[in-house]
Design a protein around this ligand. Structure first.
Ligand code: ZN
Length: 298
């Protein structure tokens, strides 16, 4: 299943997608989030590494995906706590399995669930493996609290914060997103749009929330457009605030038609932000690209 369906937020899903898209995997990752979600994210990520599906990975349907879902993929090793801790013997067993050649695939992966339950001795033992990475294996640590891992371990892992989907929609942010979409749809001057944007999203956190709200709004527009019969000029989106205004309906049709591209621009922006691109730059760049897209006719 695509990462989005894991119950993680857009930022996490984008990050997972970006990390797995090109197939050049690192040898160690630390997935940090609530216990079950961190483990699920680690497992889905490993699936993406083995997936042979042709569409979005992990597809959830190919043989490797299904085997991993059932916990019986020959090349995926699970390490779990036993009696409240992960002991040196568990790590030694893992290391001996890692020395084996992959059985059916080109790589061996290990998922260490509740990795923070490794004793300090276990962590030091594992460190040896992380320090001398052999090609073709992936070690995925899933942890509720990555800060409980030794710094020496963490420094050798790609840290992935697994954040849950925002359950409640935030009405205020949604209203700001709707106002912005209306301005963009009605081709308001760029300076006006960025002014509105900067007051709605002055920092990274609020920008990420706004991007999620924008994405929801674009999905809703596309849906109401599709329900109104697609191409019909003037889209009969009943109850749409904007459609009551002059030109609003036509603007919504234009936005709805560009929805898939808009969503990917929004997702790219939230990925940029999670990679610490400057907030102001990322958001302004988004507006520019959206304006260009709409001017070019979607
Ligand atoms: Zn697959």
């Amino acid at each position: 299943m695509p990462f989005r369906e894991l119950g993680v937020n857009v930022r996490t899903a984008n990050r997972l997608n970006a990390m797995s898209r090109h197939g050049d995997f690192s040898h160690a990752y630390a997935f940090s989030g609530s216990e079950a979600l961190a483990f699920e994210a680690a497992r889905e990520f490993v699936k993406a590494a083995y997936c042979v599906g042709s569409s979005e990975r992990p597809c959830g349907e190919c043989l490797p995906c299904r085997k991993i879902a059932h916990g019986n993929h020959e090349d995926v090793i699970y390490v779990t706590a036993d009696g409240g801790s992960i002991k040196v013997a568990h790590i030694e067993e893992l290391q001996s399995k890692l020395r084996n050649k992959p059985f059916s695939a080109s790589r061996v992966a290990a998922i260490i669930r509740e990795a923070d339950k490794m004793t300090p001795q276990s962590q030091n033992k594992l460190l040896k493996t992380l320090e001398e990475p052999a090609p073709g294996y992936i070690i995925a640590l899933a942890t509720e609290n990555h800060e409980r891992l030794l710094k020496t371990i963490l420094s050798r892992c790609v840290l992935v914060k697994v954040e849950p989907e925002a359950r409640q929609t935030d009405g205020e942010t949604d209203a700001k997103a709707a106002a912005l979409i209306e301005m963009i749809g009605n081709a308001r001057p760029y300076i006006e749009i960025t002014k509105q944007l900067e007051s709605a999203a002055p920092d990274k956190e609020s920008s990420l929330a706004l991007l999620e709200a924008l994405e929801r709004a674009v999905h809703a527009l596309a849906l109401s457009h599709a329900r109104a019969g697609g191409g019909a000029e003037g889209g009969k989106a009943d109850g749409e605030e904007a459609s009551k205004r002059s030109g609003g309906a036509a603007a919504n049709v234009k936005l709805a038609k560009a929805a898939p591209k808009l969503v990917s621009l929004i997702e790219e922006t939230s990925r940029d932000l999670s990679y610490n691109v400057s907030n102001k730059y990322a958001m302004r760049n988004l507006v520019l690209r959206v304006v260009d897209l709409l001017e070019a006719g979607g």
